[in-house]
Design a binder for this molecule. Sequence first.
Ligand SMILES: [Zn+2]
Length: 200
Amino acid sequence: MPEVAPMLIVCAEEARVESELVGGLLACPSCRGVLGRWGHARERVLRCRSGDRLVRPRRARCQGCSGTHVLLPDVALLRRQDEVSVIGAAIEAKVAGEGHRPIACRLGVPAGTVRGWLRRFAERAELIRAHFTRCAVALDPELGPVLPAGSTIADVLEAIAVAARAWVLRFGPGDPWRIACVLSAGVLLCNTSTPLELVW
Ligand SMILES: [Zn+2]
């Protein structure tokens, strides 16, 4: 399997990303050097709840290691065409006991696509649970134990929710699935060999 280049997940608001790049506020995910503007990655269509959205992620170049990085907006996961909150809604529905076909129907996504998300989520369950538990503790060292939620995937969802709450307490309000995107560096549902690392 090919390695995934280190990814930086940024706010979906383009103007803010531009000003952060100009101000030297974004750090290289490889070496923590300062990132500067370096053109754009190819355009792609992101299927959102509000309809299709054309996104053209920024590319940035590190002034330290000269590496270039695609700045993926926090509404998108790497190699997934649907908005992260739609994927998250499918995962929440699965944990609540709904099957992939009714979920797909309700979300207006092909059944095979939803099945693919849920299968990958289940395959990576332990990796994701452990990662978000580490994130939660890193964000909130006072955090108590994360309690079992009743099933393997429910435990994973609980770990994500706890980490997102810890993020909100520390950094302010945010959408839990966009936070999950940031905390997973966009590789939440990548193949099983792609590690999840602490990224901030
Ligand atoms: Zn660098």
